[in-house]
Design a protein around this ligand. Structure first.
Ligand code: CP
Length: 308
């Protein structure tokens, strides 16, 4: 059944996920050609509505849409009537009159993309809503893991850090479990929620987590902007207990593990500078793959389709 919107990973079926990941492969192959553009979405319009800051998601959606030949409009929240108190509903109703085919939205409020999806016939793509979901990040993470292990069933991913506030942890752990990858969480007890899926191992000790033998160590950004109280003594202490220090990097290299991070990176907190040059760091692959999976998502969704 065609989908109008992409709001989260939880509602996607495994077949849909596999379809999107497969579809991203030929789109990535385009990147090595001299002409990187295809006419798939010629005549379609894409509206970028980012209420929160973004480098990777915003720019890769824009590149993805342009490589599919869509017209892209960047809605400038900082200079819009939102600064005069215009509500989200009024903004959407105004923008609806412009008949965009796709609206890509990032907002600090969990669930807002779903609300917008109900107000418009445009296909709405959630580019991150509060601590709820970041579905295209999850898709690009799964794609990046499948590039290393095309049949990833039984592979292990250790997500490290601020699980509590992380929409990436929520969406990426969901997609990985759907494609058969085992997931564990590591972080301070205050940032690793005890509730949630029972089949996810929880660790608060780095050595115990490494004894679980992960194939990928996925570092999450410490999200200072979402922490209303202090969850650990200091950033220095966090780095000492959970960060990838030079000594830990040497051990990770010896074990042949891959390192991932959604960005932006807090250097000296989640990782030391040397990680950026580590030969099995996939951080730049994640960024590149983000364009391919976002092309696949734009190509797959059907504006105006009826959702059940
Ligand atoms: N990974 C991610 O969402 O990065 P941005 O905040 O730069 O978009």
């Amino acid at each position: 059944m065609p989908r109008k919107d992409l709001l989260d990973i939880a509602s996607l079926e495994r077949g849909e996920i596999e379809h999107l990941l497969d579809q991203a492969i030929p789109f990535k192959e385009l990147f090595t050609r001299s002409v990187k553009k295809v006419p798939a979405l010629k005549g379609k319009s894409v509206l970028m509505l980012f209420y929160e800051a973004s480098t990777r998601t915003h720019s890769s959606f824009e590149v993805a849409a342009k490589r599919l030949s869509a017209d892209v409009t960047n809605f400038d929240v900082a200079h819009s009537s939102i600064t005069k108190g215009e509500s989200v509903r009024e903004t959407i109703e105004t923008l609806q009159a412009m008949r965009s085919d796709f609206i890509i939205v990032r907002h600090s409020r969990a669930g807002l993309p779903g609300t917008i999806a109900r107000l418009t016939r445009a296909s709405v793509i959630n580019a991150g809503d509060g601590a709820h979901a970041h579905p295209t990040q999850a898709l690009l993470d799964a794609f990046t893991i499948k590039e290393k292990f095309p049949a990833p069933t039984g592979k292990r991913v250790l997500l490290v850090g601020d699980i509590l506030h992380s929409r990436v942890a929520r969406s990426t752990s969901t997609i990985l479990q759907k494609i058969g990858v085992e997931v564990a969480f590591l972080g301070p007890g205050s940032l690793v929620p005890k509730i949630g899926p029972e089949n996810i191992r929880r660790f608060t000790d780095y050595q115990e987590a490494m004894a679980w033998a992960p194939d990928f160590v996925y570092l999450l950004r410490v999200q200072m902007e979402r922490q209303d109280v202090q969850y650990f003594p200091s950033l220095r202490e966090y780095h000492r207990l959970y960060g990838i220090t030079e000594a830990r990097l040497a051990d990770i290299r010896q074990r042949g593990l891959y390192i991932m991070h959604p960005g932006p990176v807090n250097r000296g907190v989640e990782l030391c500078d040397a990680v950026m040059d580590y030969e099995r760091s996939l951080i730049n692959d994640q960024v590149e793959n983000g364009i391919a999976v976002r092309m696949a998502v734009l190509y797959w969704l059907k504006p105006g389709a009826k959702e059940e």
